[in-house]
Every structure is written in C-alpha cells, then in structure tokens.
Design a protein around this ligand. Structure first.
Ligand SMILES: N[C@@H](CCC(=O)N[C@@H](CS)C(=O)NCC(=O)O)C(=O)O
Length: 291
C-alpha cells in the first residue's frame, strides 16, 4: 500500500515495495523481457497479439471493418496476451513491441515480416496498406489524423489518470480524482462539440479516428468503463452518445469488440480469433460448458 497523503518523496526513488492497486503485479520500472517465450504464428497474413481492452479493440474493429469491405488480405489471427499474467514480458512479445504493451501486430504477408506497435501506428499502417478509412490527402486527411493523435494524447488522462484513481488505486485520493474527472469531462465536451456539427470525428466519413476514440470515450458514455457513468453524468454528452450508438450498430465494430475479450457476458467473449466462423462457434458461452 502507498503511504498517506503526507508522504514525503525520498531524494532518489527506489523500487522497494509493491505499488498496490489493480496492476501492482505487472508494474515495474524496467523494460525488456522477463522470460523466454516464442509467440505462436497462425495461417493468416496478419498476426495480432492483443487483449480486448480499449487499445486492443481499436485494431480488431479496424480488421473486422476491412474484412467487411472485402479486403481478404486483412484476414488475421488474434492471439490472446494476458497482461495480468505478464505475457507482454515474454521475449517473443518484446521482439514485436519493445514497449511491452498490447496491441502488437506482425504483418507476414510479404517476404520480410513487418512489426508494428502502438495502436495509432497500427491503424495508420492498416489504413495505408488497404487504402481504407483514412482520406488520401488534404484537409480530410489532416482532420482524421488530428483526431487520431488527439486520442493518443488524451486517453492516458482518462485511463491512466481518471480510471486509475477512480477505480483501481488502493486508496481514494480526492485531489487526483478531481483533477482527472475535470479533464475527462473537458475531453468529453471537446468530442461532444465536434460531434454536434459532424457525423464522425473526421467529418462525414467514418475513419480510423472514430475507431481509435470509440473504444475509450464511446465505452465511457455507454457505461462500459470504470463504473463511472453516473459520476461523470455521461448522459449529458448527447452527441457522443449518438455517435457511440451509431458505431456500435456496425456489425464489424460489434465483432471487433468481442475479440480477445476476457470479461463480461460469455457470448461476447471470443478469446482468440483464427477464422471468421469463430464468432459463431468459439465464444465462451459455447466453449465453457464443454471445458
Ligand atoms: N499507447 C499504447 C498504449 C497501450 C497500452 O497501454 N496497453 C495496455 C493495455 S490497454 C497494456 O498492454 N498494458 C500492459 C502493461 O502496462 O504492462 C497504444 O495505444 O498502443
């Protein structure tokens, strides 16, 4: 457990006790692998190593959308990386993402495999590879990328800031919760104003910007994150609600949200995805009784 609010930091910080809280078992101050473990490789061109958190869902939504558009080259194997068990510190995973965080992608479609890490980089890579969900040039491309990078900079305040101190920290610190609730509500207002005048974040078209923002802020206003819907009065963000519902009504977004998901309704959990038919036959409600 951390010390009381009167804690006085020492001159030099040292890693001399567990940090407490939900992620105490995986938090550490050094990078690199902790153990040797090769990653599995499936039969498809794209190999995704991930978990169904908001950062992971961005990529599975994109892959399912690409497949729905008819891009057969976007067929993928989605392997489960259990971050609470430390899978992200295995040598194989670290070779794909030296930052030890999901999602991580290996594109094995060409003669030399290409690794891509960071969800924003993965979305851009896929959008450029398939020529989809990212305007090719000009103002529309600039707007899409602006919102994509807005997400990369903003979501850590929501997840690492608000979510951590409201839901996961071992003690409730009013200062921290106030600071990050304020910023989270400001961010929701930024989105709400944008979506009051535009159907999607980039403008009239659905793009990778929406796919990046939806799992975080769409999930928040739908009450899927941190049990904080009432606390943040998410019903007030009417345009964000409208946009979140519109994306959730897309079959590909629904499927993307199921992949590598390990909590919630068993019929919505597809731990690994290796074939389009897995959504019908391998969700946890179908597998669990047999296992
Ligand atoms: N900026 C990264 C963030 C990725 C990230 O934070 N992933 C989390 C899960 S949502 C993770 O793998 N955490 C494991 C750890 O911190 O050890 C991205 O967008 O890909």
């Amino acid at each position: 457990m951390p010390d009381s609010p009167e804690y006085v930091p020492p001159k030099v910080w040292t890693w001399n006790k567990p940090s407490g809280g939900r992620f105490a078992s995986i938090n550490r101050p050094i990078a690199g692998s902790t153990h040797d473990k090769e990653l599995p490789i499936g039969r498809h061109p794209l190999q995704l190593y991930s978990l169904g958190t908001p950062n992971g869902v961005k990529v599975t939504v994109m892959l399912e959308e690409l497949l729905a558009l008819g891009h057969a080259g976007a067929e993928y194997d989605a392997w489960l990386i259990r971050i609470n068990d430390g899978d992200q510190f295995g040598s194989g995973f670290v070779a794909v993402n030296p930052n030890s965080k999901i999602p991580a992608l290996m594109d094995r479609s060409g003669p030399t495999p290409v690794r891509v890490f960071e969800s924003g980089a993965i979305l851009m890579y896929l959008a450029e590879k398939f020529g989809a969900f990212l305007p090719a040039q000009g103002a529309a491309r600039a707007e899409c990328l602006s919102w994509l990078f807005w997400q990369m900079g903003s979501a850590p305040y929501l997840g690492g800031g608000f979510g951590h101190f409201y839901a996961y920290a071992p003690i409730k610190i009013e200062y921290a919760i106030d600071r990050f609730a304020m910023e989270t509500k400001r961010q929701l207002d930024v989105l709400d104003r944008r979506l009051a005048e535009n159907e999607y974040l980039g403008g009239k078209d659905y793009t990778i910007a929406d796919m990046a923002v939806w799992p975080w802020y769409g999930g928040l206003v739908k009450g899927w994150q941190y049990g904080a819907a009432e606390f943040l009065a998410v019903q007030d963000y009417k345009n964000v609600q409208r946009w979140a519902d519109a994306i959730y009504s897309r079959p590909a977004a629904k499927r993307g949200r199921m992949v590598n998901r390990v909590q919630g309704e068993p019929s919505m959990q597809l731990h690994e995805r290796h074939d389009a038919s897995d959504f019908e036959t391998k969700t946890q409600d179908k597998l669990a009784p047999a296992s």
